[in-house]
Design a protein around this ligand. Structure first.
Ligand code: NAD
Length: 260
């Protein structure tokens, strides 16, 4: 259903972004990948996706914590894949510490990637989408865009900011054919969460399996992880004509986390 469309998924060499990139490619979209990692593994991923779904797949390792990195990535997508119809702002990082111990540099790094890159990405992508009269912007926020947890001041602030920016862009673009939505996942078992599980196991003298159960039980009525495939399916729906009037919404997919 997305044949002829071009999608850029930031932070798509791993985790949720990779799941979303796969889902969009499976619908026939040409895809630009972005993110860090081993050059050989990324090239294998790129070629594998292109072959499996018979679509064009590009890769650019731009550092999105810098405004020029984001603008350059959007420009490269448009130049090499012929446009940009679907922008998924997904790249993100985490760091945990209480407010009074939170390193300034970690605050700056999280705000730069998890919040400012979303602004810079939308700013760069909107003119082309408006000119075409069709576009989909999907910002990956978090349950932490809606509620807080201890020790995540920069992340929670950034994700709340992403929801604000999503609503503003949605209103501005309401009659342009471009919709702007956010997705708020609960726990997803990706490298970002794996690190938190390992840190908790080390701190508590337990193991990762025990910490998985505790992590879910602390926040989610539903005691299972959301998967990158679930989030890919929601992204595909948001790109469909059926979702034409859904805009400015924070779509939770969180096992009931924020229902409480
Ligand atoms: P991940 O660590 O598996 O993937 C992050 C991706 O971002 C990787 O491809 C990485 O290379 C890339 N990246 C990191 N720094 C970058 C930079 N400076 N420039 C460009 N790319 C960069 O993490 P994930 O869990 O898949 O997280 C993806 C998004 O989903 C994040 O925005 C995260 O906040 C959000 N999220 C995750 C969860 C969860 O439980 N995993 C829950 C809610 C929201």
């Amino acid at each position: 259903a997305l044949k002829g469309k071009v999608a850029l998924v930031t932070g798509s060499t791993s985790g949720i972004g990779l799941g979303i990139a796969r889902a969009l490619a499976a619908e026939g979209a040409d895809v630009m990948l972005n993110g860090f990692g081993d050059a050989g593994e990324i090239e294998a991923l790129r070629v594998g996706l292109a072959q499996e779904f018979s679509v064009k797949v590009g890769y650019d390792g731009a550092d999105l914590s810098k405004a020029e990195g984001v603008a350059g990535l959007v420009a490269k997508t448009q130049a090499t894949l012929g446009g940009l119809d679907v922008l998924v702002n997904n790249a993100g990082i985490q760091f945990t510490a209480p407010v009074e111990d939170f390193p300034d540099a970690k605050w700056d790094a999280i705000i730069a990637l998890n919040l400012s890159a979303v602004f810079h990405g939308m700013k760069a992508a909107i003119p082309g989408m408006k000119a075409k009269g069709w576009g989909r912007i999907i910002n990956i926020a978090s349950a932490h865009g809606l509620v807080a947890s201890a020790n995540k001041v920069a992340y929670v602030a950034a994700k709340h900011g992403v929801l604000g920016a999503t609503k503003v862009a949605a209103i501005e673009l309401a009659n342009s054919g471009v919709t702007v939505n956010a997705i708020c996942p609960g726990w997803v078992l990706t490298p970002l969460v794996q690190k938190q599980l390992e840190d908790r196991a080390a701190a508590n003298g337990t193991d990762v399996e025990a910490e998985k159960k505790k992590l879910l039980a602390e926040k989610q009525p539903m005691l299972k992880f959301t998967t990158p495939e679930h989030l890919g399916a929601l992204t595909v729906f948001l790109c469909s004509e059926g979702a034409e009037t859904m805009t400015g919404v924070a779509h939770s997919m969180d096992g009931g986390w924020v229902a409480q």
